[in-house]
Design a protein around this ligand. Structure first.
Ligand code: ZN
Length: 145
């Protein structure tokens, strides 16, 4: 992937792996901000992580993991099977709409989180609102936005 050529926000299928018994695991790139142009501040990214990890499971089956990218421009989603990028995009949009309605960040405590003071619900909503208004493409070049 050439990060200079993509147009965020988008959903991309990174790969589908097949295990020895035939089970499949797919990994998706949920890109929120334009690489090397804009990144999400840590507290906002962290709050989006808590909220999305909670809500995306309500909108799509087989979620294994949702994790922030170290570059803070988006998230990785891993799930069982192989779902279309359209299906993942639609689940992501519904989950981001849930983020906009949230009144608190789930698991914002010292028992469930390793840095619970570094969470910003207002920051999460600021970036979520921006991404929803831009529209999330199923093409890395933003062709269907
Ligand atoms: Zn946390």
């Amino acid at each position: 992937l050439d990060h200079r050529k993509v147009v965020a926000p988008y959903v991309r299928l990174c790969c589908t792996l097949e295990g020895e018994k035939g089970d499949k695991v797919s990994k998706y790139d949920l890109r929120f901000t334009q690489p090397n142009v804009e990144s999400i501040p840590t507290a906002a990214l962290h709050a989006i992580e808590h909220l999305l990890a909670h809500h995306i499971r309500e909108h799509i089956d087989g979620v294994i993991d949702l994790s922030p990218m170290g570059c803070r421009t988006g998230f990785y989603l891993s799930l069982w099977g192989e779902k279309s990028v359209e299906e993942v995009r639609d689940a992501l949009v519904l989950s981001l709409q849930d983020v906009m309605k949230a009144e608190e960040v789930p698991a914002a405590n010292a028992i469930q989180c390793g840095n619970y003071r570094d969470l910003s619900l207002s920051g999460a909503k600021e970036y979520t609102s921006k991404i929803l208004s831009e529209g999330i493409s199923t093409s890395i070049y933003g062709e269907d936005r």
